[in-house]
Design a protein. Structure first.
Lengths: 77, 297
């Protein structure tokens, strides 16, 4: 029908200060509050522009930064 | 009497994540009208109240031995609920609102009353009730009720399976679908023995094979749908053999009575939850307790 392809624009959300702050606490124990009313607790292993890796008892959780409500240093263990 | 073995009927997977609302749904399989507390108490009271136990021994043996299995099912579902509650709260001072996620979860009792463990109630928080027990004393009527109860319990399990894909919940439900199917057949065969009517032609209700469920298939493959255990190590309750015989009409395999109990799996342990004050013993207190426990042994 239309031989001209519509141009698609890809948009990616990026929270630069969240990324920067999280990068400064890599290796520490944290609590991550997620938008589905649950928390992930463990050691912050890695921070990427769109996700973080939190490890609990040897199990890595890849958490999308867009789903994070808040992050706090863990107060025990 | 009852003798207790510190093992679960199967090994439950314990992933590092939970789903508190799935735990709330699984409560129906514990303390709902068709939950494991109901199957346990129905068969338990029917076995206590059974008239002419000697004359109708195979039927008494059936209801009495399945009672013990149902006790283990209550244990299995409770442990599943406990495992499912992971990842709800975090340790912290009360003013940090460490239980804040509980406010928006379906079962607030789990946060407030049970420190994120199971409760003797259903998926809407209603307590389990004694009037879920049917013990009429009429043998055929009680067996017919038990057949209906097992069909209803199986239906509810299938629906909760459809509500959550959490590994622990599905492993438990997959196993209990197979064992529940076995009990449906056991009561159908008992009714046939008592009346001559072949109820097994009605199976399965609902008309959906256990093999449709990924987590039930491996237990079917282990032949667990063909076995009734005696749950006894003194050679008792063996007369279920005169009811549990022939072939399974659903798969054509021979029905087997196995003396004793299955091998089972370990009882999962639970982490402490300082924010719930559970168990509420700090390191210093623990040292003092250990000292008192070990003294003068």
């Amino acid at each position: 029908m239309n031989d001209q392809q519509p141009s698609v624009e890809f948009v990616s959300s990026f929270d630069p200060y969240v990324y920067q702050t999280l990068a400064s606490v890599v290796g520490g124990r944290i609590v991550v509050q997620l938008s589905n009313n649950s928390v992930v607790k463990g050691v912050l292993k890695e921070v990427m522009p769109d996700h973080v890796v939190v490890e609990t008892n040897g199990t890595p959780f890849y958490v999308r930064i867009q789903q994070i409500i808040w992050v706090s240093p863990a107060s025990h263990k | 009497m009852f003798k207790r073995v510190n093992r679960l009927q199967i090994e439950l997977p314990v992933p590092e994540y939970g789903d508190a609302n799935a735990a709330a749904a699984v409560q129906e399989l514990l303390g709902g009208k068709f939950g494991e507390m109901s199957t346990l108490n129905n068969y338990m009271y029917q076995s206590f109240n059974f008239r002419q136990k000697t004359k109708f021994k195979p039927f008494y043996d059936l209801v009495a031995s399945i009672t013990a299995e149902e006790f283990g099912h209550v244990e299995l579902v409770s442990n599943t609920i406990n495992i499912l509650q992971k990842g709800t709260s975090f340790a912290g001072d009360p003013d940090l609102t460490p239980l804040q996620n509980g406010k928006d979860q379906r079962n607030t009792y789990a946060l407030i009353a049970t420190a994120q463990t199971s409760m003797a109630g259903d998926s809407m928080g209603n307590p389990w009730r004694g009037d879920h027990v049917f013990s009429s004393g009429n043998l055929v009527l009680d067996l017919l009720h038990n057949f209906f109860l097992e069909c209803g319990a199986r239906t509810h399990k299938m629906r909760v399976y459809e509500m959550t894909n959490h590994e622990t919940a599905r492993e438990m439900i997959g196993y209990l679908l197979v064992r529940g199917g076995t009990h449906v057949l056991a009561y159908a065969k008992a009714i046939e023995m008592a009346t001559g009517v072949d109820i097994t032609k009605m199976l399965p209700i609902p008309n959906l094979d256990n093999r449709k469920f990924d987590h039930a298939r491996k237990f079917e493959d282990q032949g667990l749908g063909n076995i009734l255990f005696t749950w006894n190590d003194e050679g008792q309750y063996k007369d279920i053999r005169s009811i549990w015989k022939g072939d399974n009409p659903l798969n054509g395999q021979p029905l087997v009575v196995q003396d004793g109990i299955p091998k089972g799996g370990p009882i999962p342990d639970l982490d402490d939850l300082p924010e719930e004050f559970a168990p509420g013993i700090g390191p210093d207190e623990y040292q003092q307790i250990a000292k008192r426990l070990l003294a003068n042994m």
